[in-house]
Design a binder for this molecule. Structure first.
Ligand code: DLL
Length: 429
């Protein structure tokens, strides 16, 4: 039932004790090894010994992406370079990438949390993993690879792109598990259909999807189009990579287990930074409890979601809900806060539309404009003005914004080629 049953079902009181112990030694390390943190603590009048346990965590300052940028590339390492065994980087929206480093122990933790995640997603030792996350500086490819190896799977390191070859491998190598972004899984499902490949001929049973926000509609499409059970994997380079949290394939839709023995999650108010109670939506913040090469304290992820314990869940660890969007790519359109997923929610109510879309944001004079380009279903006329009008009205009455609509033919909007899909093109900046 579990990859690591002792940890995954550890009673909460015991988990808290473990977290407290780990937090204290992590703070000592930050203070002694990272000048940035020593300065930050001094500025706040804090010493590591002021923190008695995990319940004091809210007294500590946040770390932001800006702090990583200012210390680019290696300024936040708590370990000398000769102990570093891997470096990853994720591209930011502007300028230099965010750089992270791992020592041997960190890589072992990475493998452990990914192995747990794969297991919760349905993978078992002896199965083959079709790994279509990108290999390279992105943590997806190598991260999933390491965890699958640890679990005892045979990894097929396909990486992203070259859809023809992906389909051939899916058919001929008969992997039982695939991992990729949800949008790429949609691409693969569409291509199967186009080429007349019956997904039931494939042996793939489980899809472990993440690295970008997705919805229940996409789950249904992928599950149907590839004949798999699809579960969510979440993570970010700064904290480790994929495997910070994972949905159990038998508890779909109830949230993803955060591996709390390694990553302590909080939800805070996006404006005040104050901790919010379980169930409320706010910014997700993580503290790494065990990472040695680059521990981070209260890292402000900018991802918006909520946390809750599930009394009916198989594991004791907390669950995070699906990511509603990012606080920093939240759009402000004529003063209205907008997550593009809100538009997606509306699109999916229309049977004649498919949720493959793009929002093009521009400014005319002082007025923000949004153009919604959305595909119609196969065989549906993209010139259907009544349909465009109904969508426009629904958006106006639900979100309170007038948007322009451009219906596109099925297949007209670029599909993911394996990387993260760009849903919003904001030309105002
Ligand atoms: O995307 C790590 C990863 C790889 C996760 C493979 C899952 C699978 P970054 O490139 O640093 O790391 O991007 C992290 O991607 O803060 C979220 O905004 C978003 N993200 C990642 N997973 C999910 C998910 C990897 N399951 C950023 N749902 C995060 C929604 C996700 N958003």
């Amino acid at each position: 039932m579990y990859y690591n049953s002792r940890i995954e079902t550890m009673p909460l009181a015991q988990l808290r004790e473990l977290q407290s112990k780990r937090l204290k030694s992590m703070l000592r390390r930050l203070y002694d090894q990272v000048p940035f943190y020593k300065e930050l603590f001094t500025k706040e009048g804090l010493r590591p010994e002021d923190i008695k346990g995990i319940e004091d965590i809210h007294k500590l300052p946040f770390t932001t992406k800006e702090d990583l940028r200012k210390n680019y590339p290696f300024g936040l390492l708590a370990e000398s370079m000769d102990q570093i065994r891997r470096i990853h980087a994720s591209s930011g929206t502007t300028g230099k990438p965010t750089v992270v480093g791992y020592n041997q122990n960190d890589l072992e933790i990475f493998d452990e949390v990914v192995a747990r995640s794969l297991y919760a997603g349905g993978a078992r030792p002896g199965m083959k993993l079709h790994n279509a996350y990108g290999y390279g500086l992105f943590t997806g490819g190598l991260g999933m690879h390491g965890g699958a190896t640890k679990l005892g799977m045979a990894v097929i390191p396909v990486s992203g792109g070259m859809t023809d070859r992906q389909l051939m491998i899916l058919k001929d190598f008969e992997p039982e598990v695939i991992c990729c972004t949800p949008s790429y899984a949609q691409t693969l499902a569409d291509e199967c259909k186009k080429r007349g490949i019956d997904p039931r001929e494939l042996k793939v049973q489980y899809a472990i999807l993440g690295a970008e926000p997705w919805t229940e509609t996409i789950r249904i499409q992928v599950e149907h189009g590839l004949q798999v059970k699809a579960s969510n994997i979440y993570g970010l380079s700064e904290i480790i990579g994929p495997g910070v949290s994972q949905e159990d394939v038998e508890e779909k839709g109830t949230g993803s287990y955060v591996w709390e023995d390694h990553f302590f999650p909080e939800i805070v108010d996006r404006d005040t930074g104050k901790p919010l109670p379980y169930g409320e939506e706010g910014v997700l913040v993580f503290t790494t409890l065990t990472k040695e090469a680059m521990p981070l304290l209260r890292y402000w992820t900018n991802d918006i979601c909520s946390l809750r314990y599930d009394p009916n869940g198989k594991r004791t660890h907390i669950k995070m809900g699906s990511i509603k969007g990012r606080a920093d790519d939240m759009l402000i359109i004529r003063g209205v806060n907008l997550f593009y997923t809100q538009v997606e929610e509306i699109i999916k109510e229309f049977d004649l539309l498919v949720p493959n879309y793009q929002l093009i944001v521009s400014r005319e004079g002082n007025l923000d404009k949004v153009l919604v380009k959305v595909e119609t279903g196969e065989g549906v006329d993209a010139g259907n003005e009544a349909l465009a009008h109904r969508l426009k009205e629904k958006i106006r009455s639900t979100i309170g914004l007038n948007m322009d609509i451009s219906l596109e033919y099925f297949g007209a909007i670029p599909r993911s080629q394996g990387g993260k899909l760009k849903r919003v093109i904001d030309t105002r900046r």
